[in-house]
Design a protein around this ligand. Structure first.
Ligand code: ATP
Ligand code: MG
Length: 429
Protein backbone atom coordinates (compact mmCIF):
# COMPACT_ATOMS: atom_id res chain seq x y z
CA UNK A 1 0.00 0.00 0.00
CA UNK A 2 1.38 3.43 -0.88
CA UNK A 3 2.16 6.12 1.66
CA UNK A 4 1.90 9.88 1.73
CA UNK A 5 4.97 12.08 1.65
CA UNK A 6 5.15 15.10 3.91
CA UNK A 7 7.01 18.10 2.46
CA UNK A 8 8.20 21.22 4.27
CA UNK A 9 8.00 23.50 1.28
CA UNK A 10 9.91 21.39 -1.25
CA UNK A 11 11.91 19.16 1.10
CA UNK A 12 10.80 15.76 2.30
CA UNK A 13 10.18 15.70 6.07
CA UNK A 14 8.71 12.26 6.48
CA UNK A 15 6.09 9.69 5.62
CA UNK A 16 2.50 9.05 6.62
CA UNK A 17 1.21 5.48 6.59
CA UNK A 18 -2.30 4.20 6.91
CA UNK A 19 -3.16 2.56 10.25
CA UNK A 20 -6.41 0.88 11.34
CA UNK A 21 -9.77 2.61 11.75
CA UNK A 22 -8.96 5.73 9.76
CA UNK A 23 -5.87 6.51 11.80
CA UNK A 24 -2.37 7.18 10.52
CA UNK A 25 1.23 6.99 11.71
CA UNK A 26 4.02 9.46 10.97
CA UNK A 27 7.77 8.93 10.68
CA UNK A 28 10.50 11.48 10.00
CA UNK A 29 12.77 10.78 7.01
CA UNK A 30 16.35 9.94 8.00
CA UNK A 31 17.69 12.57 5.62
CA UNK A 32 15.50 15.28 7.18
CA UNK A 33 16.69 14.37 10.66
CA UNK A 34 20.31 14.50 9.56
CA UNK A 35 20.16 17.69 7.55
CA UNK A 36 17.53 19.87 9.21
CA UNK A 37 16.56 18.53 12.58
CA UNK A 38 13.40 20.66 12.65
CA UNK A 39 10.33 19.25 14.34
CA UNK A 40 6.95 19.68 12.65
CA UNK A 41 5.25 19.85 16.03
CA UNK A 42 6.18 20.14 19.67
CA UNK A 43 4.14 16.95 20.02
CA UNK A 44 6.28 15.20 17.36
CA UNK A 45 9.87 15.85 18.42
CA UNK A 46 12.63 14.70 16.08
CA UNK A 47 13.34 11.00 16.40
CA UNK A 48 13.90 8.02 14.14
CA UNK A 49 11.07 5.79 15.37
CA UNK A 50 7.62 5.98 13.85
CA UNK A 51 5.08 7.84 16.04
CA UNK A 52 2.06 5.92 17.34
CA UNK A 53 -1.35 6.46 15.71
CA UNK A 54 -2.82 8.60 18.52
CA UNK A 55 -0.37 11.48 18.39
CA UNK A 56 0.21 11.20 14.62
CA UNK A 57 -3.52 11.34 13.84
CA UNK A 58 -4.18 14.15 16.33
CA UNK A 59 -1.60 16.42 14.72
CA UNK A 60 -2.67 15.92 11.10
CA UNK A 61 -6.40 15.75 11.75
CA UNK A 62 -6.19 19.19 13.33
CA UNK A 63 -5.51 20.55 9.83
CA UNK A 64 -8.99 19.62 8.59
CA UNK A 65 -12.20 21.59 8.61
CA UNK A 66 -14.68 20.57 11.24
CA UNK A 67 -18.38 19.81 11.14
CA UNK A 68 -20.33 19.93 7.90
CA UNK A 69 -17.57 20.96 5.49
CA UNK A 70 -15.59 17.86 6.39
CA UNK A 71 -18.62 15.61 5.91
CA UNK A 72 -19.42 17.12 2.50
CA UNK A 73 -15.83 16.94 1.28
CA UNK A 74 -15.52 13.30 2.30
CA UNK A 75 -18.88 12.45 0.74
CA UNK A 76 -17.97 14.14 -2.56
CA UNK A 77 -14.73 12.18 -2.84
CA UNK A 78 -16.37 8.97 -1.62
CA UNK A 79 -14.52 8.24 1.58
CA UNK A 80 -15.46 7.98 5.23
CA UNK A 81 -15.28 11.31 7.10
CA UNK A 82 -13.15 9.65 9.79
CA UNK A 83 -10.58 8.42 7.25
CA UNK A 84 -7.64 10.69 8.07
CA UNK A 85 -5.38 9.10 5.46
CA UNK A 86 -7.92 9.64 2.66
CA UNK A 87 -8.50 13.24 3.75
CA UNK A 88 -4.79 14.03 3.65
CA UNK A 89 -4.43 12.25 0.31
CA UNK A 90 -7.21 14.40 -1.15
CA UNK A 91 -6.75 17.74 0.58
CA UNK A 92 -3.28 17.87 2.10
CA UNK A 93 -1.48 19.88 -0.55
CA UNK A 94 -1.87 23.32 1.06
CA UNK A 95 -2.50 23.40 4.82
CA UNK A 96 -1.97 25.63 7.81
CA UNK A 97 1.79 25.95 8.22
CA UNK A 98 4.58 24.84 5.92
CA UNK A 99 3.57 21.26 5.26
CA UNK A 100 2.29 19.80 1.99
CA UNK A 101 1.08 16.23 2.02
CA UNK A 102 1.28 14.43 -1.31
CA UNK A 103 0.76 10.83 -2.44
CA UNK A 104 4.13 9.09 -2.52
CA UNK A 105 4.06 8.39 -6.24
CA UNK A 106 3.73 12.05 -7.24
CA UNK A 107 6.81 14.04 -8.00
CA UNK A 108 6.52 17.61 -6.80
CA UNK A 109 10.08 18.80 -6.68
CA UNK A 110 10.26 20.43 -10.08
CA UNK A 111 6.92 22.18 -10.11
CA UNK A 112 6.82 25.91 -10.73
CA UNK A 113 4.02 27.79 -9.05
CA UNK A 114 0.79 27.87 -11.03
CA UNK A 115 -2.57 29.32 -10.05
CA UNK A 116 -6.03 29.34 -11.61
CA UNK A 117 -8.30 32.41 -11.43
CA UNK A 118 -11.57 31.56 -9.67
CA UNK A 119 -13.32 34.95 -9.84
CA UNK A 120 -16.24 33.62 -11.91
CA UNK A 121 -16.74 30.49 -9.75
CA UNK A 122 -16.38 32.51 -6.58
CA UNK A 123 -19.01 34.99 -7.75
CA UNK A 124 -21.38 32.12 -8.51
CA UNK A 125 -20.74 30.35 -5.20
CA UNK A 126 -21.29 33.55 -3.21
CA UNK A 127 -24.51 34.18 -5.12
CA UNK A 128 -25.69 30.63 -4.34
CA UNK A 129 -24.83 31.06 -0.64
CA UNK A 130 -26.88 34.26 -0.60
CA UNK A 131 -29.90 32.98 -2.54
CA UNK A 132 -30.27 29.69 -0.67
CA UNK A 133 -29.00 30.32 2.84
CA UNK A 134 -27.64 27.24 4.58
CA UNK A 135 -27.58 25.12 1.42
CA UNK A 136 -24.15 26.02 0.09
CA UNK A 137 -20.64 26.31 1.42
CA UNK A 138 -17.75 28.08 -0.17
CA UNK A 139 -15.09 25.55 0.67
CA UNK A 140 -16.73 22.35 -0.58
CA UNK A 141 -18.01 24.09 -3.71
CA UNK A 142 -14.61 25.46 -4.67
CA UNK A 143 -12.28 22.88 -3.21
CA UNK A 144 -11.48 21.26 -6.50
CA UNK A 145 -7.97 22.03 -5.33
CA UNK A 146 -6.30 19.97 -2.64
CA UNK A 147 -6.53 22.49 0.15
CA UNK A 148 -7.26 22.12 3.80
CA UNK A 149 -8.09 24.69 6.43
CA UNK A 150 -9.31 24.10 9.97
CA UNK A 151 -12.27 25.57 11.82
CA UNK A 152 -16.02 25.41 12.12
CA UNK A 153 -16.91 28.42 9.95
CA UNK A 154 -17.05 28.28 6.17
CA UNK A 155 -13.91 29.70 4.59
CA UNK A 156 -11.56 29.31 1.66
CA UNK A 157 -7.79 29.68 1.44
CA UNK A 158 -6.88 31.56 -1.76
CA UNK A 159 -4.07 33.27 -3.56
CA UNK A 160 -5.08 36.92 -3.88
CA UNK A 161 -3.62 39.50 -6.22
CA UNK A 162 -4.87 42.79 -7.66
CA UNK A 163 -8.52 42.23 -6.82
CA UNK A 164 -8.63 38.68 -8.19
CA UNK A 165 -8.75 35.34 -6.42
CA UNK A 166 -6.88 32.19 -7.43
CA UNK A 167 -6.52 28.57 -6.36
CA UNK A 168 -3.27 26.61 -6.56
CA UNK A 169 -2.76 24.18 -9.42
CA UNK A 170 0.13 22.34 -7.75
CA UNK A 171 1.87 22.02 -4.37
CA UNK A 172 4.47 24.65 -5.25
CA UNK A 173 1.74 27.33 -5.17
CA UNK A 174 0.86 28.36 -1.62
CA UNK A 175 -2.30 30.30 -0.85
CA UNK A 176 -1.76 33.75 0.65
CA UNK A 177 -5.13 34.76 2.15
CA UNK A 178 -8.24 33.31 3.75
CA UNK A 179 -11.77 34.37 2.76
CA UNK A 180 -14.70 34.05 5.12
CA UNK A 181 -18.09 34.73 3.53
CA UNK A 182 -21.16 36.09 5.31
CA UNK A 183 -22.87 33.38 7.35
CA UNK A 184 -26.55 32.45 7.15
CA UNK A 185 -26.40 31.58 10.86
CA UNK A 186 -24.50 34.47 12.42
CA UNK A 187 -25.70 37.76 11.08
CA UNK A 188 -22.99 40.05 9.70
CA UNK A 189 -20.22 37.94 11.22
CA UNK A 190 -17.87 39.20 8.49
CA UNK A 191 -18.39 42.75 9.77
CA UNK A 192 -18.06 41.57 13.34
CA UNK A 193 -14.67 39.94 12.67
CA UNK A 194 -13.42 42.85 10.55
CA UNK A 195 -14.27 45.25 13.36
CA UNK A 196 -12.81 43.15 16.21
CA UNK A 197 -9.58 42.49 14.31
CA UNK A 198 -9.28 46.18 13.46
CA UNK A 199 -9.85 47.20 17.08
CA UNK A 200 -7.21 44.66 18.15
CA UNK A 201 -4.76 46.21 15.70
CA UNK A 202 -5.56 49.72 16.97
CA UNK A 203 -4.69 48.75 20.53
CA UNK A 204 -1.44 47.18 19.27
CA UNK A 205 -2.23 43.52 19.65
CA UNK A 206 -0.29 41.55 17.02
CA UNK A 207 -2.80 40.61 14.27
CA UNK A 208 -2.45 39.95 10.52
CA UNK A 209 -3.74 42.48 7.99
CA UNK A 210 -7.42 41.91 7.43
CA UNK A 211 -10.58 43.73 6.47
CA UNK A 212 -13.98 43.72 4.91
CA UNK A 213 -13.87 43.30 1.16
CA UNK A 214 -16.65 43.61 -1.37
CA UNK A 215 -16.43 41.19 -4.25
CA UNK A 216 -19.14 41.21 -6.93
CA UNK A 217 -21.50 42.83 -4.44
CA UNK A 218 -20.79 40.29 -1.68
CA UNK A 219 -19.13 41.21 1.57
CA UNK A 220 -16.25 39.00 2.65
CA UNK A 221 -13.85 38.98 5.52
CA UNK A 222 -10.38 38.76 3.96
CA UNK A 223 -7.26 38.08 6.00
CA UNK A 224 -3.62 37.75 5.02
CA UNK A 225 -1.99 34.49 6.04
CA UNK A 226 0.72 34.94 8.66
CA UNK A 227 2.12 31.55 7.66
CA UNK A 228 3.10 32.77 4.20
CA UNK A 229 5.94 35.05 3.19
CA UNK A 230 5.51 36.92 -0.06
CA UNK A 231 8.76 37.54 -1.87
CA UNK A 232 8.98 39.42 -5.15
CA UNK A 233 8.59 36.35 -7.34
CA UNK A 234 7.28 33.64 -5.06
CA UNK A 235 5.43 32.77 -1.88
CA UNK A 236 7.10 30.78 0.88
CA UNK A 237 5.32 28.73 3.51
CA UNK A 238 6.14 29.42 7.15
CA UNK A 239 5.42 26.70 9.65
CA UNK A 240 2.76 27.13 12.32
CA UNK A 241 0.76 24.84 14.56
CA UNK A 242 -2.08 25.55 16.96
CA UNK A 243 -1.96 24.82 20.68
CA UNK A 244 -3.96 21.60 20.33
CA UNK A 245 -1.46 20.29 17.79
CA UNK A 246 1.47 21.42 19.91
CA UNK A 247 0.01 19.58 22.92
CA UNK A 248 -0.86 16.43 20.95
CA UNK A 249 -4.60 16.92 21.44
CA UNK A 250 -7.23 16.00 18.84
CA UNK A 251 -9.46 18.83 17.57
CA UNK A 252 -12.46 17.57 19.55
CA UNK A 253 -10.54 18.54 22.68
CA UNK A 254 -10.13 22.18 21.77
CA UNK A 255 -12.34 23.36 24.64
CA UNK A 256 -10.88 23.27 28.12
CA UNK A 257 -14.03 21.71 29.55
CA UNK A 258 -13.54 18.80 27.12
CA UNK A 259 -9.93 18.27 28.16
CA UNK A 260 -8.43 21.01 26.02
CA UNK A 261 -5.84 23.54 27.05
CA UNK A 262 -6.46 26.28 29.59
CA UNK A 263 -4.33 29.34 30.30
CA UNK A 264 -2.15 27.38 32.71
CA UNK A 265 -1.23 24.81 30.04
CA UNK A 266 -0.69 27.55 27.43
CA UNK A 267 1.68 29.37 29.76
CA UNK A 268 3.53 26.16 30.61
CA UNK A 269 3.96 25.37 26.93
CA UNK A 270 5.14 28.92 26.23
CA UNK A 271 7.62 28.76 29.10
CA UNK A 272 9.02 25.45 28.00
CA UNK A 273 9.31 25.96 24.26
CA UNK A 274 9.08 29.56 23.06
CA UNK A 275 12.37 31.25 22.34
CA UNK A 276 11.08 34.78 22.87
CA UNK A 277 10.95 36.84 26.08
CA UNK A 278 8.53 34.86 28.24
CA UNK A 279 7.47 37.81 30.36
CA UNK A 280 6.38 39.59 27.20
CA UNK A 281 4.51 36.50 25.98
CA UNK A 282 2.64 36.25 29.29
CA UNK A 283 1.67 39.92 29.10
CA UNK A 284 0.53 39.58 25.47
CA UNK A 285 -1.63 36.60 26.42
CA UNK A 286 -3.06 38.60 29.33
CA UNK A 287 -3.82 41.52 27.00
CA UNK A 288 -5.65 39.24 24.56
CA UNK A 289 -7.57 37.66 27.42
CA UNK A 290 -8.73 41.16 28.45
CA UNK A 291 -9.53 42.03 24.85
CA UNK A 292 -11.62 38.86 24.40
CA UNK A 293 -13.40 39.58 27.68
CA UNK A 294 -14.29 43.07 26.43
CA UNK A 295 -15.45 42.19 22.92
CA UNK A 296 -17.32 39.19 24.37
CA UNK A 297 -15.39 36.50 22.53
CA UNK A 298 -16.25 33.30 24.39
CA UNK A 299 -14.73 31.06 21.74
CA UNK A 300 -10.98 31.58 22.27
CA UNK A 301 -10.11 27.87 22.43
CA UNK A 302 -6.88 25.92 21.94
CA UNK A 303 -7.08 26.06 18.15
CA UNK A 304 -7.44 29.82 18.15
CA UNK A 305 -3.89 30.31 19.44
CA UNK A 306 -0.88 29.20 17.43
CA UNK A 307 2.87 29.20 17.45
CA UNK A 308 5.25 29.79 14.57
CA UNK A 309 8.26 27.58 13.95
CA UNK A 310 10.93 29.67 12.27
CA UNK A 311 14.55 29.86 13.36
CA UNK A 312 12.97 30.59 16.68
CA UNK A 313 9.66 29.35 18.08
CA UNK A 314 7.30 32.21 18.85
CA UNK A 315 3.65 33.07 19.42
CA UNK A 316 1.71 33.61 16.18
CA UNK A 317 -0.34 36.76 15.67
CA UNK A 318 -3.92 36.51 16.92
CA UNK A 319 -6.81 35.55 14.62
CA UNK A 320 -10.50 34.64 14.88
CA UNK A 321 -11.19 37.56 17.23
CA UNK A 322 -14.98 37.76 17.01
CA UNK A 323 -17.68 38.84 19.44
CA UNK A 324 -19.77 35.73 20.10
CA UNK A 325 -21.83 37.53 22.74
CA UNK A 326 -23.68 39.50 20.06
CA UNK A 327 -25.37 36.20 19.10
CA UNK A 328 -27.64 35.21 21.99
CA UNK A 329 -28.04 31.66 20.63
CA UNK A 330 -24.34 30.88 21.11
CA UNK A 331 -22.99 29.13 24.17
CA UNK A 332 -22.29 31.59 26.97
CA UNK A 333 -19.51 29.44 28.36
CA UNK A 334 -15.91 30.50 27.92
CA UNK A 335 -13.64 28.20 25.89
CA UNK A 336 -10.94 28.66 28.54
CA UNK A 337 -11.73 29.34 32.17
CA UNK A 338 -10.67 32.62 33.69
CA UNK A 339 -9.41 31.49 37.05
CA UNK A 340 -12.12 29.25 38.42
CA UNK A 341 -15.02 30.02 36.11
CA UNK A 342 -16.22 29.39 32.57
CA UNK A 343 -19.00 31.95 33.01
CA UNK A 344 -18.34 35.44 31.74
CA UNK A 345 -20.99 36.91 34.09
CA UNK A 346 -19.39 35.23 37.13
CA UNK A 347 -15.93 36.63 36.58
CA UNK A 348 -14.82 38.68 39.52
CA UNK A 349 -11.68 39.91 41.18
CA UNK A 350 -10.79 36.39 42.35
CA UNK A 351 -11.03 35.02 38.83
CA UNK A 352 -8.39 37.46 37.62
CA UNK A 353 -6.20 36.85 40.65
CA UNK A 354 -6.43 33.12 40.01
CA UNK A 355 -5.72 33.76 36.31
CA UNK A 356 -2.60 35.73 37.19
CA UNK A 357 -1.37 32.69 39.14
CA UNK A 358 -2.05 30.47 36.11
CA UNK A 359 0.04 32.90 34.08
CA UNK A 360 2.70 33.15 36.79
CA UNK A 361 2.37 36.90 36.73
CA UNK A 362 2.23 39.08 39.81
CA UNK A 363 -1.47 40.01 40.29
CA UNK A 364 -0.54 43.73 40.15
CA UNK A 365 1.17 43.16 36.81
CA UNK A 366 -1.79 41.20 35.40
CA UNK A 367 -4.24 43.88 36.56
CA UNK A 368 -2.02 46.57 35.08
CA UNK A 369 -2.07 44.86 31.64
CA UNK A 370 -5.83 44.25 31.85
CA UNK A 371 -6.48 47.86 32.87
CA UNK A 372 -4.24 49.20 30.11
CA UNK A 373 -6.05 47.08 27.52
CA UNK A 374 -9.43 48.25 28.82
CA UNK A 375 -8.38 51.90 28.75
CA UNK A 376 -7.16 51.56 25.17
CA UNK A 377 -10.35 49.77 24.10
CA UNK A 378 -12.47 52.40 25.84
CA UNK A 379 -10.52 55.21 24.19
CA UNK A 380 -10.83 53.76 20.70
CA UNK A 381 -13.82 51.49 20.21
CA UNK A 382 -16.39 54.17 19.39
CA UNK A 383 -14.24 55.83 16.74
CA UNK A 384 -13.38 52.44 15.16
CA UNK A 385 -17.07 51.50 15.16
CA UNK A 386 -18.13 54.76 13.55
CA UNK A 387 -15.38 54.49 10.96
CA UNK A 388 -16.59 51.00 10.02
CA UNK A 389 -20.17 52.21 9.92
CA UNK A 390 -19.23 55.11 7.64
CA UNK A 391 -17.20 52.88 5.35
CA UNK A 392 -19.56 49.95 5.11
CA UNK A 393 -22.97 51.39 5.93
CA UNK A 394 -25.16 51.28 9.03
CA UNK A 395 -25.99 47.85 10.39
CA UNK A 396 -27.48 46.40 13.56
CA UNK A 397 -24.25 44.51 14.26
CA UNK A 398 -22.47 47.79 15.03
CA UNK A 399 -24.98 48.85 17.67
CA UNK A 400 -24.91 45.31 19.13
CA UNK A 401 -21.11 45.41 19.28
CA UNK A 402 -21.36 48.80 20.97
CA UNK A 403 -23.76 47.41 23.60
CA UNK A 404 -21.56 44.39 24.35
CA UNK A 405 -18.39 46.46 24.60
CA UNK A 406 -20.01 49.08 26.83
CA UNK A 407 -21.46 46.43 29.15
CA UNK A 408 -18.19 44.52 29.43
CA UNK A 409 -16.18 47.71 29.97
CA UNK A 410 -18.55 48.63 32.81
CA UNK A 411 -18.28 45.16 34.34
CA UNK A 412 -14.52 45.29 34.19
CA UNK A 413 -14.56 48.72 35.82
CA UNK A 414 -16.66 47.38 38.67
CA UNK A 415 -14.21 44.52 39.16
CA UNK A 416 -11.27 46.93 39.03
CA UNK A 417 -12.93 49.14 41.63
CA UNK A 418 -13.31 46.17 43.95
CA UNK A 419 -9.63 45.33 43.46
CA UNK A 420 -8.55 48.89 44.05
CA UNK A 421 -10.75 49.51 47.06
CA UNK A 422 -9.43 46.27 48.58
CA UNK A 423 -5.95 47.69 47.94
CA UNK A 424 -7.01 50.98 49.46
CA UNK A 425 -5.93 52.68 46.22
CA UNK A 426 -7.80 54.96 43.88
CA UNK A 427 -9.64 53.24 41.02
CA UNK A 428 -7.51 53.03 37.94
CA UNK A 429 -10.16 52.37 35.33
N1 ATP B 1 -4.43 34.86 9.13
C1 ATP B 1 -4.17 33.57 9.22
N2 ATP B 1 -2.96 33.10 8.81
C2 ATP B 1 -2.68 31.78 8.90
N3 ATP B 1 -3.53 30.86 9.38
C3 ATP B 1 -4.73 31.26 9.78
C4 ATP B 1 -5.10 32.64 9.74
N4 ATP B 1 -6.37 32.74 10.21
C5 ATP B 1 -6.75 31.49 10.52
N5 ATP B 1 -5.77 30.60 10.27
C6 ATP B 1 -5.80 29.14 10.43
O1 ATP B 1 -7.06 28.71 10.04
C7 ATP B 1 -7.74 28.08 11.11
C8 ATP B 1 -9.20 28.47 11.08
O2 ATP B 1 -9.33 29.87 11.14
P1 ATP B 1 -10.35 30.55 12.14
O3 ATP B 1 -10.00 30.20 13.52
O4 ATP B 1 -10.37 32.00 11.81
O5 ATP B 1 -11.69 29.86 11.68
P2 ATP B 1 -13.07 29.56 12.39
O6 ATP B 1 -13.77 28.60 11.53
O7 ATP B 1 -13.74 30.85 12.68
O8 ATP B 1 -12.64 28.86 13.71
P3 ATP B 1 -13.58 28.28 14.90
O9 ATP B 1 -13.72 26.84 14.62
O10 ATP B 1 -12.72 28.61 16.06
O11 ATP B 1 -14.86 29.06 14.86
C9 ATP B 1 -7.01 28.53 12.35
O12 ATP B 1 -7.13 27.59 13.38
C10 ATP B 1 -5.59 28.72 11.86
O13 ATP B 1 -4.92 27.48 11.82
MG1 MG C 1 -10.93 29.35 14.99
Amino acid sequence: MSNLTVYWDQRIVGTISRHQKGKITFQYAAEWLESSGRQISLSLPCREQRFPPGVSTAFFENLFPESEARTILAFNRRFDRKDTFAFLENFGEDCAGALSIIPEMENVIHHRSKYRCIDAELREALQAIKSEPGKHKLYPELASGRLSIAGAQDKLPVYYENGSFFLPENPASPTTHIIKPASPYFHDIQRNEAFCMDLARQINLPVPHSGLYTFAGHELFLIERFDRLRLSNKVIRVHQEDFCQAMGLPFNRKYQEQGGPGFLQCRELAEEYLSTDISEVKQTLTAVLAFNYLIGNNDAHGKNFSIIHEDIIKLAPFYDLVSTQVYPSLDRKLAMAIGNTFRHDRINENSFTHFSKDMKLRPEKAFEVIAKTALEVERLYESVLSRHEKQHGKAEIYSNLHTVLRRNLNRLKEIANQVNSADGKKPRL
